[in-house]
Design a protein around this ligand. Sequence first.
Ligand code: SF4
Length: 208
Amino acid sequence: MSADLYFDRIDFQKYIDPTDCIQCGYPSCGEFIDAVRKGISKIQECSFIGRNKAHAFEAIKKIGELWPEVPLLLHPRPGFTGLVELNEPNAGSLVLISGNNEYTEQVLMMVLGTTVCPFFVVFSDTGGNTVDMSMIYHTLTAEKVHDALKEAGMEEKVSAKEMIIPGLAYSVKGDIEKLTGWQVRVGPVCAAELPLFLSEIWIPPQTE
Ligand code: SF4
């Protein structure tokens, strides 16, 4: 059995202004997105999708092709704990938080590999639990995130105290904000949605 990475639950339509204008030849935005998912149409055929967002859609398509078969985890699989700096981040770069599960880390790194955008990625010690497991076992907590930020020295590295947490961790948003004093944005449930969630900065590795 494979773990549910929630790829099928990405709501692409959310990122289109749903005018149902039929200029793409489909009677609704929903049907257009279905056609894009099936590879019948290209996202650029919607004239209301800007260049950056089109790149983000393409990145997700690429991720879909590379998406690993992740085994259903019955036991925690601890991976790396701590800070990963991607693409030479600076004081203005975004801070992403996740858990230290081996597969979570592989998947997230694969997704982040579709952009040259700089990030600080902090893997909090969830005892090796995936984010969904850590919500059940309470291993992704405000205290753990606070400790992870402190150990990584994040206060000194960024000017804006803002982090993005995984969508499944939305229930600890308030606790994290209270304990750390940082602003918390709740990201998507599926890591593969990040290119669209952050489409304004999702610059591809090679300009097309
Ligand atoms: S062109 Fe874009 S906005 Fe218009 S119906 Fe098609 S997908 Fe929707």
